[in-house]
Design a binder for this molecule. Structure first.
Ligand code: HEM
Length: 506
């Protein structure tokens, strides 16, 4: 029952108790003591306010700028801090510093999120959840910016912005969800089928951020001390066990407590019930990857555990909530391009495009020097960039040009030795990857992973959304689901009162 007074409700009382007798005097933003806070400076009682009221100007001119642009996706979220601890030796696969010895701890920050809603949107909606982990390593920042699902709807960045548009508000009505937009797109692009089934399964509404797994989703590369490259996928397996929420409960809670998941995370950490996840990897040699029957770099597909079992690596534990949400979570800048020696990317089209998108958006959202905000800053930065809005770091007077003969920073030989060397070949052309096998893994999910009661709820959830779109789009969507499994198509058609005789219009 979240209506009892919990750690969230007691935040202010806890502050007062902790700081009893330590009350300070108010200052302006420039630290100047303020002698009156309840009245502005006017000429007489009804007189005009004087421009020389610097206390008022200081307050209001800050207030009018208290918002920054919200994230274009994943705007609503919650986060916390903790550590990653190595429990198993994987130095045979990577020379990355966080894995260098058993028991080693690396500080981390984690941000969970929903994808489609805005900053104030309810937590308990049917959506994918973001699961982003920032590691503060000796080699700088390393981020895994993943989701609570191992796959994604599309696999070519050329389709990403359109896919996000169909999740977001209709540009004319300003209403979301626009069911026509959503089902039109997903039924036209069949590679969305696998992720659509996951999103409409029970896992589409987790019980809390603590009760879900996280995945890096993409294939990355690990490089070991000998320079050998392996392909790798990341999994964060929840130690709280998977728990989901029924659509009915989720709908009620969205109204009663839109911040339900945010509250849950804060309360758990405040009461010492620290959430943790077992960090596992799947690994493949380049030769193994070449022999797979599916594309190992296809973001709409998992690596089957039969092809590559989970290898435990360590655990992540969250034991501290932010002391100011805006400073430490709203301003956190997760980026798949934050990589450290021993870890690199792969020939996955989506991942390649993400290398561009995050830095670009952070500079827009947080400013040129977002890396200097304390939640984003590495232990040491030595480069040739200087200045711009919000500069804090001086780099101690070192030269700002390269090459130089004045003791400026030089290349890191270890980083050079650990750079992957990939033989690339092929013609430069645009190849639509949407015609690969889009249904085999979705079928495995439907027939082998989901139990009968879960399949029933999947159909109910699909029908609940599909019934709101046009017959034409329903038919096209069903013809895709039919290719997952005949019975899935039949159940949907029956529930939607659609006859089998139809002509699919594309
Ligand atoms: C956030 C772009 C694919 C997971 C974001 C943001 C952008 C973006 C612009 C906002 C970042 C910010 O303002 O801090 C893209 C593009 C993609 C893509 C262009 C494909 C080409 C993906 C995929 C995943 C993912 C495939 C998961 C596997 C996330 C997460 C966040 C995020 C978790 C929130 C990070 C946080 O909590 O701060 N993405 N994204 N994105 N994205 Fe992506």
């Amino acid at each position: 029952n979240h209506f009892v007074r919990d750690s969230v409700s007691n935040q202010l009382s806890d502050y007062a108790e902790k700081h009893e007798g330590e009350q300070t005097s108010i200052t302006t933003g420039s630290g100047n003591p303020v002698g009156e806070k309840d009245a502005s400076l006017t000429v007489g009682y009804h007189g005009p306010t004087l421009l020389q009221d610097v206390m008022l100007l200081d307050d209001l001119s800050h207030f009018t700028k208290e918002r920054n642009p919200e994230r274009v996706v994943h705007a609503k979220g919650a986060g916390a801090f903790g550590y990653f601890e190595v429990t198993h030796d994987i130095t045979q696969y990577t020379a990355a510093k966080p894995f260098s010895e058993l028991g080693k701890r690396t500080p981390i920050a984690v941000r969970f999120s929903t994808v489609a809603g805005e900053r104030g949107y309810p937590d308990t909606v049917r959506d994918v959840r973001g699961f982003a982990v920032k590691f503060y390593t000796e080699d700088g920042i390393w981020d895994i910016v993943g989701n609570n699902t191992p796959v994604f709807f599309v696999k070519d960045a050329a389709l990403f912005s359109s896919f996000i548009h169909v999740l977001k508000r209709n540009p004319v009505t300003n209403v979301r969800v626009d069911y026509d937009m959503f089902w039109d797109f997903v039924s036209l692009r069949k590679e969305t089928t696998h992720q659509t089934l996951i999103t409409f399964s029970d896992r589409g509404i987790p019980r809390s951020y603590r009760h879900m797994h996280g995945y890096g989703s993409h294939t990355y590369s690990f490089i070991n001390a000998q320079g050998v490259l392996h392909w790798v996928k990341y999994h964060f397996i929840t130690n709280q066990e998977i728990q989901n929420m029924s659509s009915k409960d989720a709908l009620r809670i969205a109204g009663e407590d839109p911040d339900f998941h945010t509250r849950d995370l804060y309360n758990a950490i405040s009461t010492g019930d620290y959430p943790s996840w077992t960090f596992c990897i799947q690994v493949m040699t380049q030769e193994q990857a070449q022999k797979l029957s599916y594309d190992p770099f296809d973001l709409t597909k998992v690596w089957l555990h039969a092809d590559s079992p989970l290898i435990p690596v360590g655990r992540i534990v969250l034991n501290k909530s932010p002391s100011n949400y805006f400073a430490e979570i709203e301003q956190i800048a997760m980026d798949v391009a934050h990589l450290i020696p021993g870890i690199d990317i792969s020939p996955d089209r989506m991942l390649q495009a993400r290398m561009f998108a995050y830095r670009d958006t952070h500079q827009y959202r947080l400013g040129t020097n977002y890396n200097q905000l304390s939640v984003n800053s590495a232990y040491r930065v030595h480069n040739y960039s200087r200045d711009g809005y919000g500069t804090v770091v001086s780099q101690g007077g070192a030269p700002n040009y390269h090459p130089n003969s004045f003791e400026g920073p030089v290349i890191d030989k270890r980083a050079r030795a650990l750079s992957p060397c990939l033989p690339l070949h092929g013609d430069a052309k645009r190849i639509d990857s949407g015609h690969d096998d889009n249904f085999s893994q979705a079928r495995l999910l439907y027939t082998r992973v989901l139990k009968e009661d879960e399949r029933v709820r999947l159909v109910e959830n699909l029908v609940d959304w599909l019934k709101r779109t046009t017959k034409k789009i329903q038919r096209r969507a069903i013809s895709n689901f039919e290719q997952v499994h005949k019975s899935l198509g039949t159940k949907l058609r029956e529930a939607l009162n659609l006859s089998e005789e139809f002509h699919i219009e594309f």
